[in-house]
Design a protein around this ligand. Structure first.
Ligand code: SF4
Length: 419
């Protein structure tokens, strides 16, 4: 319900005056609680094209958008207009802030019993470049980065032999040596695989992993939540319902998760919208998703010649529509490792409020063709955010601690003038 006498401008300015560090809880994840009336005020200030008026009126009244609204937005020509609405939603939640974290990616193995058609990362066990880090290897890699980061992000293939004991030992060892690190690890299909070969339920698996140090799930593996599409692009993976149920189980034990969407393979706009609404439906029940991460299929070294691929403007459209439709998921991430710096910067004006982290090393997206730089430090990330016209805010993994990042003043590139 909107308070018509509400001075959204003043609220917005008050929000902007907040500075320094602030705390949140995992559910609101840093979103201002009065974002909906603020949004109504912001939408009043933008010029709306008549075909979009009905959607904007719904957003202003705090009404939920439908599947046909989503399809209309995918079909609507003027991407800038959609981007402006998504930007207003983002600003109503976070002002001009955009978030990043300080993390490192370590993929524990590329050996996988499946062979998803879009995957350039997996290897068969006998491949010359197959690898499987034992715990000492993994810790040795982490030692290079751990003093400077606060999160390790770890996903990998479905190793035929590794049951829950490998992961329990790994997570316990990480926590023992680096207690400050948050462990964000395992896609839904990895959780399913570990539970199958360990003959445990998903709930038992997640509880044991949580007990050994797993803090959150990164959300990978959703691809498109439609089983006919999954049968073609990732046969043998968890079903759409299993993806949702694994996340539901994680949320039930107090483990926050992200959720994702891989687009630009063989899906249609209908599949994308249904995917978003499935996630929104689960979030209504559990409130455990913190961030939605949509990313396009990258075609190098994979096996989907029929994929339609996504252009730059299609990527921005997906991000903007995600922001507009997902009224109950706090954050929308422009995953820089997949999108690259240029599109990620633009995405911050199309509804995204997060660009992920410093990462340091990454292979899943780079083997598929990503050219995103890997050596970004906090200063470079914060410059990217400032160049997009936003205020860089460093966050922790679960969006409960935030700190505005003071980007050091750039040294002048000019040569001293000859006298
Ligand atoms: S996407 Fe994951 S499950 Fe599928 S082949 Fe690649 S590593 Fe294996």
């Amino acid at each position: 319900m909107i308070d018509e006498n509400h001075d959204s401008g003043e609220m917005f300015r008050r929000f902007e005056r907040m500075s320094g560090s602030w705390n949140s809880d995992t559910i609101c994840a840093g979103t201002r609680i009065d974002w909906q009336p603020v949004l109504a005020g912001l939408l009043e200030q933008i010029e709306i094209e008549p075909p979009l008026q009905e959607i904007v009126d719904k957003l202003s009244r705090g009404e939920r958008l439908t599947k046909s609204d989503g399809l209309f937005l995918f079909d609507y020509d003027d991407l800038d207009a959609i981007g402006q609405i998504a930007d207003a939603v983002k600003i109503s939640r976070y002002g001009e802030r955009a978030f990043f974290n300080h993390n490192v990616h370590v993929n524990q193995t590329n050996i996988c019993v499946l062979s998803c058609k879009f995957c350039a990362f997996r290897r068969g066990r006998k491949a010359s470049d197959a690898y499987a880090h034992d715990i000492d290897d993994f810790l040795e890699i982490l030692r290079h980065y751990a003093p400077h980061v606060d999160e390790v992000h770890s996903v990998g293939g479905l190793h035929p032999d590794w049951d829950i004991e490998y992961y329990e030992k790994l997570f316990s060892a990480i926590k023992k040596e680096f207690p400050h690190l948050h462990i964000k690890a395992l896609t839904a299909v990895e959780v399913k695989h570990i539970s199958n070969i360990s003959q445990l339920t998903v709930a038992e698996t997640l509880r044991r992993l949580q007990h050994s140090g797993l803090g959150s799930l990164p959300g990978g593996g959703a691809e498109i939540l439609n089983d006919s599409i999954r049968d073609i692009i990732c046969k043998g993976k968890e079903t759409s319902q299993e993806y949702l149920d694994i996340h539901r189980t994680a949320h039930a034990i107090g483990m926050p998760t992200n959720c994702t969407m891989l687009f630009g393979t063989i899906e249609s706009a209908v599949h994308r919208v249904e995917h978003l609404l499935s996630l929104r439906g689960l979030q209504d029940q559990t409130a455990g998703f913190q961030c939605f991460v949509p990313y396009p299929y990258l075609p190098d070294s994979s096996r989907l010649p029929e994929a339609q691929l996504a252009t730059g403007s299609e990527i921005l459209r997906v991000i903007a529509i995600s922001r507009i439709l997902l009224d109950n998921i706090p954050h929308i991430k422009a995953y820089r490792m997949n999108l690259g710096d240029g599109i990620s910067e633009l995405a911050l004006s199309f509804g995204a409020d997060d660009i992920d982290g410093t990462v340091q090393q990454e292979s899943i997206m780079h083997l598929a063709g990503s050219t995103a730089p890997l050596d970004h430090d906090r200063e470079q990330l914060s410059r990217l955010i400032r160049d997009a016209g936003c205020i860089p805010v460093q966050r922790n993994s679960i969006y409960t601690l935030f700190s505005e990042y003071q980007t050091p003043v750039k040294k002048s590139w000019r040569l001293p003038m000859a006298r």
